[in-house]
Ligand binder design. Structure first.
Ligand SMILES: C[S@@+](CC[C@H](N)C(=O)[O-])C[C@H]1O[C@@H](n2cnc3c(N)ncnc32)[C@H](O)[C@@H]1O
Length: 274
């Protein structure tokens, strides 16, 4: 079967299954099986052999059952990195790339920064920071031992073992400051909104998704571990920025500001310890 025919066939199946972007997903799946990029599927138009066709069918069947594309592929791109992902971790989102961008801006001019990432998941934020700031070191925590296994595998695969320390536990998990920057993308979907989520999102770990009031909890817990003039950078859900900014001010943070994502939604809140 030619690559383009395979894309057409899989896209039709995915459309019938109600997948929101069937053509693009089909391109990703065919490219993955062929070991190339989505463009290669058209440029090369190489035919799939029998084992490749059967592999494609089994991946497409998983996607038809609304398993997230990233889990089906087993990897996902985040900034300059390709991270292994599976149902033990949240799939890193494009909005979180904006969070990392803001951290890098705030670290500009800070020599050999020490960073704390609370709720590391796949390792996306921690690994992107050390990848893009070669003099940074990160301590990263997670309350989920399963998520930490994925983060450790990504850290090893990317050769970043020396610069990211992983710790199991709640919030700081005993990590000691002073930190120049603390970053967190805590669970921020209210439990009453679960019914409105796409089936794909429901396959992601609940402890990574569902939470309320977590931003203030993180902000209060990390204050003593921040150095003076150190910064806290938080990702927030749609419509949460004002409330989170107010709680940072109440806790004594100064220079509190927000950054919008590409959709124009205020997605990042940051503040400085006096
Ligand atoms: C929204 S996910 C973020 C994952 C990753 N940082 C990212 O941005 O893709 C939140 C993560 O925080 C972890 N978590 C939830 N509650 C926590 C707590 N009290 N202490 C530490 N980690 C926690 C979850 O297990 C999950 O991995």
């Amino acid at each position: 079967m030619r690559g383009q025919d395979a894309v057409r066939e899989v896209a039709a199946e995915l459309e019938q299954a109600g997948c929101p972007s069937p053509r693009v997903d089909a391109e990703w799946l065919v490219a993955h099986v062929l070991g190339g990029t989505r463009t290669d599927v058209y440029a090369g138009d190489r035919a799939l052999d029998e084992p490749e066709v059967s592999r494609l069918r089994s991946l497409a069947a998983r996607r038809r059952k609304r398993e997230p594309l990233a889990y089906v592929l087993g990897e996902w791109g985040f900034r300059r990195l390709t991270l292994a992902v599976d149902p033990r971790v949240l799939i890193p989102r494009p909005e979180t790339e904006i969070l990392v961008e803001r951290c890098l801006e705030l670290l500009d001019g800070v020599q050999e920064p020490r960073v704390l990432d609370i709720g590391v998941g796949s390792g996306a934020i921690a690994l992107a920071i050390v990848d893009e700031r070669r003099d940074a070191s990160v301590v990263a925590t997670d309350s989920s031992p399963e998520a930490l296994e994925v983060a450790a595998a990504n850290r090893l695969r990317l050769g970043l073992d020396e610069r990211v320390e992983l710790r199991h536990g709640d919030l700081l998990a005993g990590a000691e400051g002073p930190f120049d920057l603390v970053v967190s993308n805590p669970p921020y979907i209210a439990s009453e909104d679960v019914g409105r989520l796409q089936p794909e999102v429901l396959r992601e770990p609940r402890e990574a998704l569902i939470g309320s009031g977590r931003h203030a909890e993180v902000a209060a817990a990390v204050m003593p571990a921040l150095r003076s003039a150190g910064v806290l950078v938080l990702e927030v859900g749609d419509g949460q920025a004002l409330e989170v900014a107010a709680s940072l001010r109440e806790l004594g943070y100064v220079e509190v500001g927000t950054t919008a994502d590409l959709a124009g939604c205020e997605r990042v809140v940051d503040g400085r310890k006096p």
